[in-house]
Design a binder for this molecule. Sequence first.
Ligand code: BGC
Length: 730
Amino acid sequence: MNKSNELKKLVIATAVALLCAQAHAADNADARATQAVAALTPDEKIKLVFGYFSTDFNGTKKPEPGIEGAAGFVYGIERLGIPAQQITDAGIGVATQPAAKTPRVRTALPANIAIAASWNPDTGFAGGAMIGNEAHLSGHNVMLAGGADLQRDPRNGRNFEYAGEDPLLTGVMVGAQIRGIQSNHVISTLKHFAYNDQETGRFIADVKIDDPAGRMSDLLGFQIAIERGNPGSVMCSYNRLHGTYACENDFLLNKVLKGDWGYKGYVMSDWGGTHSTIPAALAGLDQQSGWPFDKSPYFNGALLESVQNGHVPEARLNDMAHRILRSMYAHGLMDDPAKVQPERIDYSAHAKTSQAAAEDGIVLLKNDNGVLPLVDSYKTIAIIGGHADAGVLSGGGSSQVYPEGGSPVPNEGPAQFPGPIVYHRSSPLQALAARLHAKFVYHDGKDAAAAATLAAGSDLAIVFATQWTAESVDQSDIKLPHGQDATIAAVAAANRKTVVVLETGSPVTMPWLNAVGAVVEAWYPGTNGGEAIARVLTGEVDAAGRLPATFPADESQLPRPKLDGLGLPEGTRFSVDYNVEGAAVGYKWFDKKGLTPLFAFGHGLSYTTFSYGKLKATPANGTVNVSFNVENTGKRDGKAVPQVYVSRVGGGWEAPKRLGGWDKLALRAGESRDTTVVIDPRLLAVFDGRSHTWKIAAGEYKITLATAADAPLSAVTVKVPARAFAAGAK
Ligand code: BGC
């Protein structure tokens, strides 16, 4: 046998051994955790359930072995080979705490809302795998990713960290990201459990929602994300639910998560989200995070004392330690320890992964008279606003990832958390100039009249409009800030060939919509965002994203025209009433109320055209299989996102229809493909609070193939037999 064959054999044998070791690790996680817990002293158990903030902050020093600038640290137990938990934010990459002195430079994915807009779980996985790799090579073994709170309100400051308004889309996309992260032997969280759907009063807001409605909306998103992603940890949220804080909420943690869904991982608190020792421990919290964010070190000495005096059973402390260790074993933290070796990060490959994700999620909202893709025949192009000469915007707060050399637009936004505003160094102007022969002239857009004069003298104007959103603050309305609407209107009046590129974290209104030629939603597009925008604008790639959330015409269409708690004096307790819409979140609310949004959920144009074959729906295995053919009938390669909505004939649901499934197909010009979408049975069911089961009623169901929630193509009716299944089954 020659050398190269021998080498091949060795590589295969090593790969097989590694795979076996991983499978073994997962299989034996419980056994290994049981053995380890038996060997732990009570003090060592306490070490595992008590986490610190890992950044010097307000005069408190981080634990010495914690990685500076990171979110969290939990001591390991050296004598048993249990590594410390080095915990980093968050969902778009290895973040640095805004309080840190020197930010680490890492690759930023587009915002999670942009990834959700790809409707492509492969994109979610690839992005997760990339940031998980950077976390591992940065010495981290826990990543605080997996934001899955539903977008109940377009003003929520953290919508950019979440995956939109639909529980199925959220669960599938977030689950894929978690799987990607964990493929690196890094535990990912799923957060913030549950109903942390606004930032206003986030530490005290008391959410009201009836259980069946919750199971069919926010909780369903989390449930699907757990099934798909198998996260090692779930982070409980700041808010209260029916009067009780989420991190000491027996219903959420013990009954739903660990009971109904059989979740085997551990629950960590959000930073400052623990409020007690005994109630929290008994309600299912397994690890207090981020000391000194809470008022007391509840899970340190006080927990040990509560165990010793019998207020918390020893078995419960063992269970906490077991769950933490089980996740660490199951996800390979012991067998493949994370080391600080950032020199091994392949930044150029990772920038491309981020760029591909951005391209997959950019949504073409409007395109009149073929303004886009841009042709290369313009002599002069005006680029206006959004610091498009310098870079692309990102969202603020604990998830902030920092670019090499810092933000190219310094000193914008609040000086303290959640600021300052950070731009990534990928200029859309430069990326366009590298592709087109036109002369580009930049104007900052602050003076609308001057911007209009520039546009009037140019062949084409592209306005970049930004909306900075951030953790801890909601938007007061859904308008573009800082007079940008006036600038766009003036530019569009001066030049009919005006393209608007939005970099926003949430839906915004567009009073100038009829006056402009094209609108592109680029979200916060990440490290290579300028390149991604230029490639979509020039048609190097198709506009492949679809809206993961409804764009309302104005706030009066929302379930809460005014945000609950807005304007109350700091510290005033208040309720957030989600029973107004219940499970009818987003497009479901618009359908139910007969409201016409600005742009519907699922909307997004392509540069090519698709035709759809005959729709077939067959009841099978307690659900419905839906098949059809998709053909790219245009002259360009492109991506279709056929969506399947389900309705119960005769009504009885929270809203007329629900997203039941979808596919994303990349099709070359002229190519066609058959596809089958299997409806998640919970989307044919209603959660019945009395029997505590999902119930599919026997009868007729309408299956609609559509390109958006408001754009049906064809529909068939199918008879489905009755079926009931457990709260944690499907
Ligand atoms: C945020 C979490 C974050 C944590 C650690 C909290 O303020 O709500 O999402 O993971 O801080 O930085």
